[in-house]
Design a protein around this ligand. Structure first.
Ligand SMILES: [Zn+2]
Length: 304
């Protein structure tokens, strides 16, 4: 009986569409990264964003050396190296992991070998240190090598001054995972919000390492409260955004959570809830990328 219910719970957590062809999206994403083009965009002051290898990478240049928020995927090392060189000749000295997921930390080891000290929330180190299974991706990540592990850790908040810029790193509490942090470049008002914001597309939620729909909504609300109309928001995935787009994302999460929650409360199975199409009003806009409406429904269903 216990075994059956654990198996059922695990199946509920698995986004079925992602698993339809039995290839983990992790393998597909790594493969795509080998030929990915890196797009470089200067945002404000000395901060730029690199898009194209896993999650969006923020870069601060200056005399203390380059600081990166997130490391991309190792297969794109050459493209990232060229993109970084196009910004300045400063060496790479600092790396901040926005959370533990591979599409944000895969490049930790090579960036550390170039000279980067790695900073992260303590739960990022915890997950990278051991073999970690993500049911939703149908994949078990082996423990990372020593050079890939963050060595500068914090629990709630950390303030840094790098290249004359003030940075505030803040823990979200469990949201998309239990290791998500924001990195606010306060002087230029640019904030990297990790995977608590997928701009214009349905997000993944990692229940295997502490994520949940309600935690994701709390993080979205914290983000909306923290920014102004002038803040530049670097999402984990999707284009760089603004406050209006952040509000639209929160509304999408809240509306679908209410619909799926009400149907589940009536005793409906995941299949029945998916058949009722609780995401119908959003799919044309939000369901065009990795996670479609039925898959996002399953991620919400698992947490309500
Ligand atoms: Zn993530």
């Amino acid at each position: 009986m216990a075994t059956a219910s654990i198996a059922t719970a695990a199946m509920c957590l698995a986004p079925r569409r992602l698993l339809a062809d039995d290839i983990s999206p992790v393998i597909k994403i790594r493969k795509a990264a080998a030929t990915a083009e890196i797009k470089v965009t200067k945002l404000r002051g000395n901060v730029s964003v690199l898009e194209g290898s896993g999650g969006n990478i923020a870069v601060l240049i200056g005399r203390d050396g380059k600081l990166l928020v997130d490391a991309g995927i190792t297969a794109t090392r050459k493209g990232i190296t060229e993109a970084l060189a196009s910004l300045s000749a400063d060496p790479i000295k600092h790396l901040i992991d926005s959370h533990w997921h591979f599409d944000h930390t895969d490049g930790n080891e090579w960036l550390h070998s170039e000279g980067a000290e790695i900073t992260a929330h303590e739960n990022t180190l915890r997950h990278l240190s051991v073999d970690t299974r993500v049911e939703g991706w149908n994949f078990t990540f082996p423990a990372s090598p020593a050079g890939a592990l963050p060595t500068k850790l914090f629990a709630d908040e950390l303030k840094l001054e790098v290249n004359g810029a003030d940075l505030v790193l803040k823990y979200y509490l469990p949201a998309h995972t239990d290791s998500d942090i924001s990195v606010h470049f306060t002087d230029v008002d640019i904030i990297h919000v990790a995977d608590t914001f997928w701009n214009g597309v349905y997000p993944f939620i990692d229940y295997s390492t502490g994520g949940s729909i309600d935690g994701s909504i709390r993080a979205a609300e914290a983000n909306v409260a923290r920014v102004t109309d002038k803040t530049i928001i670097i999402s984990g995935h999707g284009p760089v955004g603004n406050k209006a787009q952040l509000i639209a994302f929160r509304e999408m999460l809240v509306t679908i959570r209410e619909k799926v929650g009400a149907l589940k409360k009536q005793g409906r199975s995941l299949k029945e809830v998916q058949a009722a199409k609780p995401t119908a009003g959003f799919d044309a806009e939000w369901g065009r990328w990795v996670i479609d409406g039925p898959t996002f429904t399953s991620l919400v269903y698992a947490g309500v």
